[in-house]
Design a protein around this ligand. Structure first.
Ligand SMILES: [Zn+2]
Length: 191
C-alpha cells in the first residue's frame, strides 16, 4: 500500500509539478533575456540621442600653418589615439583612449574654443594629433600593422562616448599624473 502512494506521488510529480517547475525556469530565463535586451536597447537609445552620424567630419586647425582641414572624425581619432598613447599598449587601453578622445572631441565641437575650427592639433590647447604619415615615419617594425591596431580600436568603439545626463562629459585626460592626481576644483576652480 505504501508503495502505491510513492508511485502515485511520483506520477503526480512527473506529470504536473516537474513541468510547472520547468516552465517557471524558462520564464525566468526569457525575462532575463528581455532585461538584457532592454539594457541593450537603452544603450542604443542613449547613443542615438546624440546622433553620432551627425559628426561625420570635423574642422581641424593645424596650429603650425594656421590652416583648417576638414577630416572624417574616425580618421581624426586614429591620429589622436596614436599621438596620445604608445601603440604597444594593450588594445583595451587604446580602446579606452579612443572613447575618451571621442568624448572630448564631441564636447569640443559643441563648446568651440576656436572661431573657425572645432578643435586644434595642439595638446596644450585641445588634443594631441599626428598625421598618419608622420606617425608611420616615427615607428619602427611593422608600421602598417601598428596603424591597423589603432584603426581597429577606433572602429571597435565607434560611436561610444562617456555621457552624464545624456550629454557628453568634458573628458579631460593626462599622459602622466606624476604619481598623484588633483581635484578638478583645485585646478580649474568652480564648485
Ligand atoms: Zn585648441
Amino acid at each position: 500500500m505504501k508503495k502505491v502512494f510513492i508511485y502515485f506521488f511520483a506520477f503526480l510529480f512527473i506529470c504536473f509539478i516537474l513541468p510547472a517547475l520547468l516552465t517557471k525556469s524558462e520564464i525566468n530565463a526569457s525575462s532575463e533575456i528581455n532585461n538584457d535586451k532592454t539594457d541593450e536597447d537603452q544603450g542604443k537609445e542613449s547613443l542615438q540621442s546624440y546622433a553620432y552620424n551627425q559628426y561625420g567630419t570635423i574642422k581641424l586647425l593645424h596650429t603650425d600653418s594656421n590652416e583648417v582641414e576638414e577630416v572624417a572624425l574616425d580618421t581624426y581619432l586614429c591620429s589622436v589615439v596614436s599621438a596620445e598613447m604608445p601603440v604597444d599598449f594593450e588594445k583595451e587601453a587604446l580602446k579606452a583612449q579612443a572613447i575618451v578622445a571621442r568624448t572630448y572631441t564631441i564636447y569640443k565641437i559643441n563648446h568651440k574654443k576656436h572661431d573657425n575650427a572645432d578643435i586644434c592639433d595642439d595638446s596644450n590647447c585641445c588634443q594631441a594629433w599626428i598625421s598618419k604619415e608622420d606617425r608611420l615615419a616615427r615607428w619602427d617594425g611593422d608600421k602598417e600593422a601598428k596603424w591597423n591596431k589603432i584603426e581597429e580600436c577606433v572602429k571597435e568603439t565607434q560611436g561610444k562616448i562617456i555621457t552624464y545626463n545624456h550629454q557628453p562629459i568634458n573628458a579631460f585626460f593626462h599622459s602622466n599624473s606624476g604619481g598623484k592626481t588633483e581635484l578638478p576644483v583645485d585646478v580649474w576652480g568652480g564648485r
